[in-house]
Design a protein around this ligand. Structure first.
Ligand SMILES: NC(=O)c1ccc[n+]([C@@H]2O[C@H](COP(=O)([O-])OP(=O)(O)OC[C@H]3O[C@@H](n4cnc5c(N)ncnc54)[C@H](O)[C@@H]3O)[C@@H](O)[C@H]2O)c1
Length: 448
């Protein structure tokens, strides 16, 4: 099938490469000239496991092409995915500027019947706006569908190749049968293609992300309670998650959710709910717990070292918002590192893949080290912000020997608190009773 993908970011590039790998003839377009120039040279602008191999193979075999000419991409395709960014506008709602720009370009270049798919995460009602924009410029038949993407950065190729489900919102039989054929190679193990109306598909994506964000904030709230009374959130998490109605995923407390999706999608859903006069209080609470959580390690540090950190070196392990990606968008590390700099600390940071991107965002006011241990010499504290595998079993003796004060603030609960105590570390993690007396188990008086 002739497929066009407009927008070659984290989503578009994965979609294009995976569809090409299934044998389709794919052309990816982007307005970012340097990105396209690099892609043509098989240089991948993002870190995403397995992606480079796919791009190289399919480009060499001629099934995957890159262009800055959006019009040519439209004219050369029968199925067109819109995969451009939908950043939050000033009021938090999704900014549809790029999506509608692309819709207009599609309209101007329609040369036959086409299926146009919003792959970007877009609020309910967007497909209708895309159709209207295309129809302003063309009278050719167009089938506008919603096909939200559920891939996870860090496992994007695998997620696209073996999706839990494919959600397609359409009212067109023509689009339904073409998309069933396009996705057939990816659902051979029986995972469903869920066809539904367009509005339901648009809502599904926001509902899924808001639900996941809610679970994270919920567990962060429970972790605060565990800290306050000296309980252990690991036990609570397992006890709760073993109920099959709840399940174990997304119950890990930490330093708050970040990334390019959850923060903006929760905000956008709040705006949509408000537009329809529906109380968004639940999601506002999810957001406010998350904002608090991002400051948790700074609060612990203030308690131990005071707010003035001039002359104090602080080491940071992990900058990306989660492991296996270099995406720094809305990463909790941004707030933490900026807070450290504001307090006058000398910050030395390490991340296995995100340092180049981090440097563009955080600048040179902090130093970046290539080996995680090199962040530690003379440090009065180590903050762990991303649960990269390589931080899980470090040489504790070496760490302790390098640090001026063996204070570890672990925002990802990587280590055993008892063992860390035995090794002589001052160890603070999330929701495992570190900041409270372990015997203060009585209910607070106010709860009577
Ligand atoms: N990143 C994720 O994990 C993820 C997962 C699911 C859904 N999504 C959604 O997918 C969409 C894209 O996300 P992303 O992370 O890939 O964004 P991104 O910022 O990485 O990529 C967007 C690309 O679109 C290009 N672009 C912008 N305007 C354009 C135009 N007029 N014509 C052609 N190209 C244009 C940009 O240059 C950029 O390369 C968003 O709506 C996002 O919410 C993202």
């Amino acid at each position: 099938m002739r497929v066009g993908v407009i927008g070659t970011g984290y989503v578009g590039l994965v979609v294009g490469a995976c569809l090409a790998d299934a044998g389709n003839d794919v052309i990816c377009a982007d307005v970012d000239e340097s990105k396209i120039a690099r892609l043509k040279q098989n240089q991948i602008p993002i870190y995403e496991p397995g992606l480079e191999e796919l791009v190289v193979r399919n480009q060499e075999d001629g099934r995957l092409r890159f262009t800055t000419d959006v019009g040519a991409c439209v004219r050369g395709s029968d199925i067109i995915f819109i995969a451009v960014g939908t950043p939050p506008g000033e009021d938090g709602s999704a900014d549809l500027k790029h999506v509608l720009e692309v819709a207009a370009a599609i309209g101007r270049n329609m040369d036959g019947e086409k299926i146009v798919i919003t792959k970007s995460t877009v609020p309910v009602g967007t497909a209708a706006k895309v159709r209207a924009e295309i129809e302003k410029h063309s009278g050719m038949p167009v089938h506008v569908c919603s096909n939200p993407e559920f891939l996870k950065e860090g496992a994007a190729v695998d997620d696209f190749m073996k999706p839990d489900r494919v959600v397609i919102g359409t009212d067109s039989d023509y689009a339904r049968s073409a998309l069933a054929e396009l996705y057939a190679p990816f659902v051979r193990t029986g995972n469903p293609i869920l066809f539904m109306d367009v509005a339901s598909a648009e809502i599904t994506k926001y509902a899924a992300n808001a639900m996941l964000a809610t679970r994270i904030s919920f567990m962060n709230m429970i972790a605060s309670l565990c800290d306050a009374i000296g309980a252990n959130v690991d036990h609570v998490r397992k006890g709760v998650g073993s109920d099959p109605r709840i399940g174990n995923s997304f119950l890990f407390p930490g330093v708050g959710y970040g990334g390019s999706c959850f923060p903006k999608d929760v905000k956008a859903l709040i705006r949509t709910l408000e537009e329809f006069d529906i109380d968004a209080g639940l999601l506002e609470a999810v957001e406010s717990v998350n904002e608090r959580q991002k400051r948790l390690l700074l609060d612990h540090l203030d308690e131990r070292l005071g707010r003035d950190l001039s002359g104090v070196t602080v080491a940071v392990w992990g900058l990306a918002f989660k492991p296996e990606t270099d995406d720094m968008r809305e990463a909790p590390s941004l707030e933490v590192v900026r807070g450290l700099v504001e307090r006058g600390a000398t910050v030395r940071a390490h991340d296995p893949v995100a340092m180049e991107v981090a440097r563009r965002v955080l600048g040179d006011g902090i130093s970046y080290v290539d080996v995680n241990y090199d962040a530690l010499p003379g440090a009065s504290a180590l903050l762990i912000l991303t649960d990269w595998k390589q931080y899980r079993s470090p040489a504790f003796g070496r760490m302790k020997g390098l640090m001026q004060r063996p204070l570890v603030l672990d925002g990802r609960n990587l280590y055993d608190p008892v063992r860390m105590g035995q090794l002589g570390f001052e160890y603070v993690s999330v929701g495992r009773g570190a900041s409270a007396s372990p015997i203060a188990m009585e209910a607070p008086a106010s709860s009577a």
